[in-house]
Design a binder for this molecule. Structure first.
Ligand SMILES: Nc1ncnc2c1ncn2[C@@H]1O[C@H](COP(=O)(O)OP(=O)(O)OP(=O)(O)O)[C@@H](O)[C@H]1O
Ligand SMILES: [Mg+2]
Length: 487
């Protein structure tokens, strides 16, 4: 992931124009200076506030204007690296752009001009002249160094801050995706919260980070305050599978030689708890849950949708998260007849990412309409496993009643769970929950306590989907028979 070596090579080869996409200017300049030093290249930095300044020198008079600064650069003898920080607004101006082009097309001088900033798009005129380089987020070692340094600072100031090796790594991992300055700030914040820094602050740090990254657009941060995997009735096989995979997210698992898990695809009957699994999994693993809305990705211009998807995925992969794609078949539909192939290309972009993505992102995709699922989605190497969530069996139904009764302040021991399970044959988890809620309304209106009989009456009055549309369920089961594992 570390690409500072590339930057060193670009500078050493005197590449004339580099566009450095970055957010963290201080860290970028440190890295750039370190890359320029071995080649003995002096570094100049232009900012709109100070003008052009050579490292260790004074600002050049009258260079706050970019045009003047570029003229001044053209006068400098010999090789050097010239960083133009946040120059993009000034590049709207034709004269400045012209001068920049002239500099970039004069390779004899051995100058390298670096445009640094949060660049997304370049002026068309620079196409073919500029090479893009992106400042990667700090790697694990850099982050661990910051954690150690901050802990020492805090200890010096008398704060109870001491972390073991594993806790340093855990904290550094939680901070992944932030700039070093932001990381430092978050550690301080976590310490101030309760006057001490310990391994217990990791969940706080993860949450605060998700806020900081301001996941927006196609990504939405979902609150996962309540449910854990304990609140999912049944699905023992899937839950056990997930429990084992959760352990593999620990840093120690990589040392052990395990590949990090990548994700699951959940298919099944409606209301069986697929979305519930996604929510409760994130909570159980202590990771932020991020919902990717493929619908928000499609844009009117050529290539725009793919780019938006790439941006969204890149944001998501900056930190360990559970990335949830609900009803994936709708977002990445195989159809795409009338859209000039856009959905095909978006699907291709997504599948490539599924194959190559960095560790840390666990994808939970759910699917209701298996017929709309592109077959490519199911190929090996995409998801770790495809699960089929069927209607719950009798024991599972009893477990689901137990979950929903206790969630509504009722002691399940006071109910005849066997009778309820028997009477709810063919009911999905959502339908069982609805029956409990319906019975509670009745009990409350009648000023009576909730009883087994009340719930049985509610069940008797309900026609579950499996009875009203048996063909749908049969079709799903037939599809899953040789493509998915029972949850
Ligand atoms: N196995 C279960 N255990 C406990 N509660 C369940 C279970 N299955 C469903 N529920 C309840 O039903 C609600 C709806 O289920 P959920 O939305 O997760 O189903 P789904 O499979 O995603 O359905 P859909 O196919 O309609 O998207 C859940 O929020 C939960 O309260
Ligand atoms: Mg759902």
């Amino acid at each position: 992931m570390d690409n500072t070596g590339d930057l060193r090579l670009l500078l050493a080869s005197r590449y004339p124009l580099i566009v450095a996409e970055m957010q963290d200017e201080r860290r970028f300049l440190d890295i750039l200076r370190a890359a320029a030093a071995p080649a003995g290249l002096p570094v100049w930095v232009w900012t709109a506030s100070r003008g052009l300044v050579r490292d260790g020198g004074d600002p050049q008079y009258g260079t706050a204007d970019l045009r003047a600064a570029l003229d001044s650069i053209a006068q400098v003898e010999g090789p050097g690296v010239f960083v133009l920080a946040d120059a993009h607004p000034s590049l709207e101006e034709p004269q400045a752009l012209r001068r920049l082009k002239d500099l970039a097309q004069d390779p004899r001088a051995g100058r390298t001009v670096v445009l640094s900033g949060p660049y997304r798009e370049l002026p068309r005129e620079l196409d073919g002249l500029a090479l893009r380089w992106r400042l990667e987020p700090p790697g694990p070692e850099e982050m661990e160094a910051v954690v150690r340094r901050t802990v020492e600072d805090l200890a010096l100031r008398g704060m109870p801050a001491s972390l073991g090796e594993a806790e340093v790594r855990g904290l550094a991992d939680a901070l992944r995706g932030l700039s070093l300055a932001e990381a430092e700030r978050l550690i301080h914040q976590a310490t101030l919260r309760d006057g001490a820094l310990s391994g217990d602050d990791v969940p706080f740090v993860r949450r605060a980070k998700a806020d900081l990254l301001g996941v927006g657009g196609a990504l939405e941060l979902i609150a996962t305050e309540t449910e854990t995997l304990e609140d999912v009735g049944g699905m023992d096989h899937l839950k056990e599978w997930l429990r084992l995979r959760g352990r593999a997210l620990e840093p120690a698992a990589a040392d052990f030689g395990l590949d990090p898990p990548r994700g699951v695809l959940l298919t099944g009957v409606p209301g069986a708890g697929k979305s519930l699994i996604a929510r409760s999994l994130a909570r159980t693993w202590g990771l932020p849950l991020i919902l990717l809305d493929p619908g928000a990705i499609f844009g009117p211009y050529v290539g725009e949708s793919e780019q938006r998807l790439r941006d969204a995925l890149r944001t998501a992969e900056a930190m360990p998260v559970v990335l949830w794609i609900d009803e994936i078949e709708k977002g990445f539909a195989a159809g795409g007849q009338g859209d000039g192939g856009v959905s095909r290309r978006v699907l291709g972009t997504f599948l490539r990412w599924m194959q190559d993505r960095p560790p840390g992102v666990f994808v939970v995709a759910t699917c209701n309409d298996v017929d709309a699922l592109p077959p490519e989605m199911l190929r090996k190497g995409r998801f770790d496993e495809v699960f089929f969530v069927d209607l719950p069996g009798p024991d599972e139904r009893a477990a689901i009643f137990r979950v929903h009764l206790s969630r509504r302040k009722r002691d399940p021991a006071g109910f005849d769970l066997a009778a309820l399970a028997a009477a709810s044959e063919g009911f999905s988890g959502a339908e069982i929950e609805a029956a409990v809620v319906g019975a509670m309304y009745r009990a409350y209106a009648a000023s009576s306590e909730l009883t087994t009989e009340e719930v049985l009456a509610e069940l008797a009055a309900t026609v579950p989907l499996s009875r009203s549309r048996p063909d749908d369920v049969a079709r799903l089961r037939a599809w899953a028979a040789d493509r998915a594992v029972a949850a």
